[in-house]
Design a protein around this ligand. Structure first.
Ligand SMILES: Cc1cc2nc3c(=O)[nH]c(=O)nc-3n(C[C@H](O)[C@H](O)[C@H](O)COP(=O)(O)O)c2cc1C
Length: 209
């Protein structure tokens, strides 16, 4: 599908067809778009939790302000930001670079040192805010990939932070859900699919200088 057609066709689904499940194949492709996402310094300061069990979706319903998507979606993807970007984490990242690109670990030391210095200067709150931003890049890629796979989505940040973190068993203080994405197939009853897209006109949005 042409990517602009896909973006025009997508909308934030309010009610999915609860009978339809995203196939493992399509899910794998969509998740690969998350894995391939760019991130600041390449550190991927997040983890991605895929909720597929009905029991867990049921448990999560009270954590959302508008849960019609949670009770009907095929999968709920929670993008979790992390602020424990410490020496072990950075060390693992550099081992990965060294192995993947077949370069000696020592040759990466200057880059490693500059990254470590940069992160060390930030408070835990600042690291979390920075990590949150990276999570939204993942969100955008997931939504785009899903649209190209003909899978519908609804990005959702209307949740109760403490509740969702607790239900997902996150390590509070170190991890938190930044944003979630419900995926599945639109219900015929969802009237939102008939609404026209509301976007700023080109001349108001873009400024060429
Ligand atoms: C980061 C983010 C969070 C959102 N959170 C919610 C949400 O909690 N519940 C909801 O129904 N829609 C949510 N939306 C959907 C927006 O309202 C929607 O994208 C916007 O109105 C544009 O409409 P469209 O996506 O249908 O084109 C969210 C969108 C984004 C990008």
């Amino acid at each position: 599908m042409d990517y602009l057609d896909a973006l025009n066709k997508r909308y934030s689904v309010k009610k999915f067809n609860a009978e339809k499940t995203v196939s493992p194949d399509a899910l794998f492709h969509i998740l690969e778009a998350a894995r391939l996402s760019a991130s600041s310094l390449g550190l991927q300061p997040y983890k991605i939790v895929i909720v597929e069990s009905s029991e867990m979706k049921e448990k999560l319903i009270p954590a959302f302000y508008n849960p019609s998507q949670i009770s009907t979606c095929s999968h709920l993807i929670a993008i979790v930001s992390k602020n424990d970007i410490e020496s072990q984490y950075i060390g693992d990242y550099f081992s990965n670079i060294s192995q993947t690109r077949e370069v000696p670990l020592e040759s990466l030391n200057p880059f490693k040192q500059s990254i470590s210095n940069h992160i060390e200067r930030l408070s835990k709150e600042e690291v979390m805010t920075w990590a949150d931003k990276q999570c939204y890049i993942v969100l955008g890629n997931l939504m785009f990939a899903a649209a190209l796979e003909n899978v519908d989505t609804c990005p959702m940040e209307g949740f109760k932070q403490e509740k969702i973190d607790e239900i997902l068993g996150l390590d509070v203080g170190i991890e938190k859900v930044a944003v979630t994405l419900a995926i599945g197939y639109r219900s015929e009853e969802d009237e939102f699919q008939n609404f026209k897209k509301v976007r700023k006109p080109t001349e108001k949005l873009f400024k060429f200088i």
